[in-house]
Design a protein around this ligand. Structure first.
Ligand SMILES: NC(=O)C1=CN([C@@H]2O[C@H](COP(=O)(O)OP(=O)(O)OC[C@H]3O[C@@H](n4cnc5c(N)ncnc54)[C@H](O)[C@@H]3O)[C@@H](O)[C@H]2O)[C@@H](O)CC1
Ligand SMILES: Nc1ncnc2c1ncn2[C@@H]1O[C@H](COP(=O)(O)OP(=O)(O)OP(=O)(O)O)[C@@H](O)[C@H]1O
Ligand SMILES: [Mg+2]
Length: 329
């Protein structure tokens, strides 16, 4: 009879656990459908009333001798998502290369000039957001200049997306961005581990990814963090959103650069729209969910066409149809 009693108690506990789990699942499932609608709410309508620039002027800080593709991918994706102007602030020798990729981009060869910070600062009043890091590299002089650019961008109060080697810089000096709640970090698996260990002194607990991204955001002062991976985990230290929108198993380089470029636009739109348009949700969580879904949808469509030979450039060509499929139908 003792065994009978303990078995029924165990069955009761299991039942409660199961219901709470499924309740949690239903709750987050409802949230997910809402989230797509919230992304739609922040997208500015195309009307005849708007002038060039009003739908977004985005700055990409990155591009060096080794890496010229990453800043291009981020900048062209910002235009494809719907920004009106896309600026790239890169080194002198990267500028000619990036200019040759496309006439649509406004490319400033200033990142390695003696007064780089001032050269970028004078453009900041005309920029709605900045994306720091794609193709930045790890040269000490460039990282030093980037520190100054981050400081000036914070003073302007604009959304700051930090990716790639910008995250390398933040891991070395977290105080640069800690507590700036208009920042969104977009680490891949490795960049997340580096930043997590720098901030929390512990290795990532691979059995608790949700807890890790939540704790890292809290340690960084509740800025928004997107941990990219098989499922993208997005947290502002309050909640964790999961984007598992179908992509593909093709992992070519450059995909994270498309994500950070699209996020530069969506973060500006969501910030401008404000919490009333996002049902009280943190606008940066909504923007990050939109950018993750869009990148994965672009990957999915490009993979359908090109399979294993798919490249980041193929994904750029899919951004327009992916965007309208996700947010305009
Ligand atoms: N065409 C281009 O110009 C490109 C330039 N890029 C730039 O290259 C610089 C370095 O970026 P990386 O992503 O290579 O540097 P990371 O420091 O993120 O990656 C370091 C190493 O970790 C490995 N790694 C990445 N994801 C992993 C995972 N999920 N599991 C295990 N190992 C993993 C990578 O193979 C890489 O060798 C950045 O500035 C980035 O913007 C990349 O964006 C790729 C495209
Ligand atoms: N295992 C996976 N399955 C499905 N999608 C993935 C997987 N890993 C990453 N992704 C998606 O691929 C995109 C890029 O993520 P990734 O981790 O490659 O960034 P990254 O390393 O910064 O890329 P980049 O080469 O541009 O620097 C994101 O949209 C992410 O959601
Ligand atoms: Mg990257």
């Amino acid at each position: 009879s003792k065994c009978g009693f303990s078995c029924s108690v165990l069955a009761l506990c299991l039942d409660v656990f199961k219901r709470s789990f499924s309740l949690h699942r239903t709750h987050s499932l409802k949230d997910m459908e809402n989230i797509f609608q919230l992304v739609r709410n922040v997208i500015p309508p195309l009307t005849g009333k708007r002038h060039k620039g009003q739908d977004g002027r985005i700055g990409i800080v990155g591009g060096c001798q080794e890496y010229t593709g990453a800043p291009y991918f981020a900048a062209i994706t910002a235009l494809k998502v719907g920004a009106d102007l896309s600026h790239v602030f890169c080194t002198k020798d990267a500028a000619t290369v990036i200019k040759s990729y496309s006439p649509e981009l406004i490319v400033h060869p200033v990142l390695d000039s003696p007064n780089a910070v001032h050269e970028v600062e004078k453009w900041l009043p005309r920029l709605h957001s900045v994306v720091i890091g794609p193709g930045l590299g790890r040269d000490e002089v460039l990282l030093e200049n980037t520190k100054g650019i981050i400081e000036k961008s914070k003073v302007k109060g604009i959304p700051i997306i930090i990716d790639a080697d910008g995250l390398w810089l933040i891991s070395q000096q977290p105080s640069l961005i800690q507590g700036y709640q208009r920042a969104i970090l977009t680490p891949n698996y490795m960049e997340f581990s580096r930043l997590y260990e720098a901030m929390l002194r512990d290795p990532v607990d691979s059995s608790d990814h949700h807890g890790c991204v939540l704790r890292l955001s809290q340690a960084m002062g509740n800025l928004t963090i997107v941990q990219k991976g098989e499922r993208d985990l997005i947290s502002d230290g309050e909640k964790v959103l999961v984007c598992s929108h179908e992509g593909s198993s093709r992992r070519c380089g450059g995909q994270g650069d498309l994500l950070s470029g699209s996020l530069g636009v969506l973060a500006h739109w969501a910030f401008l729209a404000g919490a009333e348009k996002t049902n009280g949700q943190n606008p940066f969580l909504v923007a990050a969910f939109g950018a993750c879904s869009l990148t994965r949808q672009s990957n999915h469509q490009a993979f359908q066409k090109f399979g294993r030979s798919m490249t980041a450039s193929d994904m750029v060509s899919e951004v327009g149809t992916a965007f309208s499929k996700l947010f305009e139908t």
